[in-house]
Design a protein around this ligand. Sequence first.
Ligand code: G1P
Ligand code: ZN
Length: 543
Amino acid sequence: MAIREISSSPYLDQKPGTAGLRKKVSVFQQPHYLENFVQAVFDCVPALKGATLVIGGDGRYHNRDAIRVVVAMAMANGVGRIIIGQGGLLSTPAASHLIRKHDAAGGFLLTASHNPAGPDGDFGIKFNIAGGGQAGEGLTQRIYERSKAIDGYRIYEGANVDIDRRGTVVIDRTSIEVVDCVDDYAELMQGLFDFDRIADWISRGNGVRFDAMHAVTGPYAQRILVEQLGAPAAAVINATPLSDFGGGHPDPNLVYGKHLFDLAMSEGAPALIGASDGDGDRNMILGKGIFISPGDSLAMLAAHLPRLPGYRSGLRGIARSMPTSRAADHVAKALKVPLYETPTGWKFFCNLLDAGDVTICGEESFGTSSSHTREKDGLWAVLAWLNTLAVTGQSVEQIAQQHWHRYGRHYYARHDYEGLKGPDAEAVMQAFSGTLGALPGHKLGDWEVTLADEFSYQDKVDGSLATGQGLRVVCGDHARIVLRLSGTGTQGATLRVYLERYESDPSALGWTVADALAPLRTALESLARIGELTGRNAPDLVT
Ligand code: G1P
Ligand code: ZN
């Protein structure tokens, strides 16, 4: 036995945000910083002793060093079996699937999602629980409390596991397996979608382009799209995972995926263009001449899912986060299934998925997935679209037009104000909050305010209550303004403003998003006074 007990002093800033603990790489490189947090997790999850643990990451800078530490600490803390993605890689949805498949007691996902990587970039660690979902509020809070009191950790010295070589080694009482990072995930996708039909559709000359953004989905897209579905090699771009993501910002949206938007609008654009983010859980969908907003993508996929092999028994329900556009609500109504509105963050979907209440769920932040895993899943969304195109024989544009004519269209945008001073961001929230009480019954643009409140959510499965989940002004079905502060940023505060407007008149379906939302932008300025309170005249990012 080469287990050492190392003493350390606690750091007081290890409070996980919307999706795990994210900090600058330099913060994680402080002595014992990662170790303390990991020990806090082992202390709070005794079920890991003797059980199976999954470990993998998005391949960013510091991934390998961190994995070495987590493996050595898992051995010292009595984990029975460790499953590691080869090269330290596992996309977030693939890691969640492995936890489920192997009945693991949990998994460590080393990722800061789409945040820039490299020595000056961000790093992150997230603990997922048995069943594959993200740790809930209660456990997250206990881990944080433990991290503030921790005085040491246990680590195994001298194990030297080669994470690049597949196979199993047994060291003392721990079995350590290095597995191919794609195999199990690809098999899962094959069970959900009609690969023959998609392959046939591709072979008939329908073009596909997928941008892995030099992050974790490269090997997954290469295997599934090129090797299994027969797309030409050039269909997958930026396919090699790099530790600095090629210097890019792997967050597929209209800003960081602008080149994909330009491609979609170009002559000879592929029939489907998709992309995923750093850790493979987000997705962006475009077709020839059109960008599909995430809220629309959720609604359109929900409407078509029952035609795809893995979902033929129909949908149990649909869930979306509160700020996500209400397009999916109309589909749920038509399908006569429940619609659940949860706070931001995937963890809130997990109880509903576990209870079998929901088949598909999604967020406005380019996240969509289904009951097949407990994380959002970028490549899944791309494959679901491909399968939908193959079975309907329609283009992305035709599917969208048909959808809007049937259900109406939700014009939608999110405005992000990044790197604000904490007190300035709070002042905006205060100002907006202060106006809410008087709004119901009054006009906002052309519409009457029907509800103005702070969103809170009671989990119907475990009864837990999440308060302070965003401020909203609702004008019936017609329009909404939502404000909340981000829980994933690593610098200053990020204010997110969500604007939504619904139109069902056929003559109102072809406006530009900016024109449609203009009255809401005007109302926002008088209610939240963002310019006056933060000194910012415009958002940093509009998606
Ligand atoms: C953001 C998104 C949220 C998503 C999370 C993790 O969180 O808004 O939908 O689940 O990233 O990808 P936020 O920074 O808004 O707290
Ligand atoms: Zn992500």
